[in-house]
Each structure stands twice: as structure tokens, then as C-alpha cells.
Write a protein that binds this ligand. Structure first.
Ligand SMILES: [Fe+2]
Length: 314
């Protein structure tokens, strides 16, 4: 049905990212690349896609694209508690059994677990990597089972995970050493200084929709009706971490249409956000000072290109 002029006037145009949008990469700064890679290979079960002296990327199978990238910086500032930036990034497993196997690997490696949750829309396990980055491992229940009311995800059940029961879903006799194919990064949770600023950046500018209100201090935002691609909260105060802090450098979204990059670049200027192009990747400075990157799906570069170029501006 054609939109009439009157409809356009009465309903200001809202920019939305398409349903196929997903997170394609998280990039972390580490003081010890060897140690970081050991953790993500041995404990999390990922495989190295590409590696140079100071840079590396990993994926579930070792096949490109690498969805978790590292840059080594021995002089990186230590993480400080109660600063804005990464709360956790979340590794999504294709099945409950795959998540249970991941839990068994963590237990076998004798790594501490911060907790686990039985949500209305899935199961989550929380831990920290060796640099203190928050890492969530999770599995989504089928969308048909998510509790949705008035277009919002109902987030009211947050029961502690029954670990013994949950482990029953894992293979009984042997622990798989590797994450399952199809494992990816499903969402990010960010501490922000100002919720309204966060909503403006991720909602009004980027085009994610608010999918849940977590009380007065937290929001879920997503494309395509997902429960959340980004969560924002003000739980850690307003202090920014040092620019070269251990942890998050950038996070990347993949969109299906290259025209979205041009539109976002123009929108960034209109909104007053710093934006630049690094090869085929658009980078926009988020309110925390990190790079939000946007690429077209399937755009991942061969070894070296995707890793080295955007770093030069970081
Ligand atoms: Fe999360």
C-alpha cells in the first residue's frame, strides 16, 4: 500500500535497521595476546582464524570471518571498576546441549563462574575472561516461546540456573574440545553514562528498536524482533575508562545492504557523531568513545586486511 503525503506528514520517518542485522565482530585490547588466545581456545573452545604478532581473530570453527578479534598492547591501561563501556559480550550457542558442553569445558578448566540465569527467553552463564572482560554464554529458546507483550519482551523471570539439571543436557561421557559450528556473538551489554544518550545513539541514530525496559536504568534494543542486540544500563556510573584501556575497542554490526552504510554516515553527521570509513567498514564513535562499526554481510576481508586497517584509527 502506498504511503500518502498526509501519512508521511503525520508520522515522521523512523529509520530502522533491517531484520537481517546481526553482530559480526567484537574487538578487544589485551595486554597479553598469548594468554587471551589460550583462554578463548582452551576454555571457550574457539579456533584461531588469523594471527600476527600483535593481532588475532577467532571463530567457532577457525573458518573466516573471525568474530572475536584481539590487538595486543602491553601498555594498555588496566581495567577500572565502575566505568562506562563493556559490561559483557555474549556468545550464543545453537543448542542447549552446546551451551551445556561449553559449561562443562569451563568447569573442566577450573575457571570461576559468576552465575547463571534461567530467563524467559533462554539460558545464560556468566564469567570473566583473564583480562576481566565480562563474557556471557547463552542459548535462545525458540522465538515462539518468548514472552512478548505490547511489542516488548517481558523480562520478569531471572531465576538462578539449576546447573546440575542443566549439565544433564551435555553429552554424557566426553567433553567436546570445540565450540559448535553456528556459535556466534549474539549481543552486547554496555554500561553507559546517560540512558537517554544511549537510546538516542542506538535507537534514534542507529535504528534499533527498544525491546524491553529494565526498570528506569536499563534498556534492550534490537533489530528484526530479536530480544536484544544491545543492552544499555547506567549501573556503573558516568566515569569513562581510559582511552587505551584493556577491553573493548570496537563492536561491529553486519547489515545486508551497502546503502545502509551511506545512510548511516549521513545520519552520523546529522546527529553530530564522529564517523569515518575504514576500507569497507563504517566507524561511528559511540557515547562511550568506542567504535561502532557497520559492514555489509559477507564483506569480511582476508587475513590482515580486516584486522589491521580499522585499528589504525582506534
Ligand atoms: Fe547479556
Amino acid at each position: 500500500m502506498k504511503t500518502t503525503v498526509l501519512q508521511k506528514l503525520s508520522r515522521p520517518e523512523v529509520f530502522r535497521l533491517s531484520d537481517e542485522t546481526h553482530i559480526s565482530r567484537v574487538h578487544l585490547r589485551t595486554p597479553d595476546l598469548r594468554r587471551a588466545l589460550d583462554f578463548y581456545q582452551r576454555v571457550i573452545g574457539f579456533k584461531v582464524v588469523e594471527r600476527s604478532k600483535d593481532e588475532a581473530s577467532l571463530s567457532a570453527t577457525g573458518s573466516p570471518p573471525g568474530f572475536l578479534a584481539f590487538t595486543a598492547d602491553r601498555n594498555a591501561a588496566p581495567r577500572r571498576p565502575r566505568t562506562t563501556g563493556l559490561y559483557h559480550f555474549a556468545i550464543r550457542y545453537p543448542t542447549r546441549r552446546d551451551l551445556a558442553n561449553a559449561l562443562r569445558r569451563i568447569i573442566a578448566a577450573d575457571r570461576p563462574i559468576d552465575g547463571g540465569s534461567d530467563h524467559d527467553f533462554g539460558y545464560s552463564i556468566y564469567l570473566q575472561d583473564l583480562d576481566g572482560n565480562g563474557v556471557e554464554l547463552y542459548f535462545d529458546l525458540p522465538r515462539s516461546e518468548w514472552p512478548i507483550r505490547n511489542g516488548l519482551i517481558v523480562v520478569h523471570r531471572n531465576e538462578p540456573l539449576d546447573f546440575d539439571n542443566f549439565l544433564g543436557a551435555a553429552a554424557s561421557d566426553s567433553i567436546s574440545a570445540h565450540a559448535a559450528a553456528g556459535t556466534d556473538i549474539g549481543h552486547l551489554n554496555l554500561h553507559v553514562a546517560d540512558l537517554a544518550e544511549g537510546e538516542k545513539f542506538f535507537g534514534d541514530f542507529l535504528g534499533l528498536e527498544i525491546t524491553a525496559h529494565l526498570g528506569p536504568n536499563g534498556r534492550f534494543l534490537a533489530a528484526g524482533g530479536y530480544h536484544h542486540h544491545v543492552a544499555i544500563n547506567t549501573w556503573a556510573g558516568k566515569t569513562a575508562a581510559p582511552e587505551n584501556s584493556v577491553g573493548l575497542i570496537s563492536y561491529r554490526f553486519a547489515v545486508p545492504d551497502v546503502r545502509v552504510l551511506a545512510e548511516l554516515k549521513e545520519r552520523a553527521h546529522r546527529f553530530g557523531y564522529e564517523a569515518q570509513t575504514a576500507g569497507d567498514v563504517l566507524q561511528i564513535r559511540d557515547p562511550n568513545g568506542h567504535w561502532l562499526e557497520v559492514e555489509t554481510a559477507g564483506n569480511s576481508k582476508p587475513v590482515g586486511t580486516s584486522l589491521s586497517r580499522p585499528f589504525a584509527w582506534g
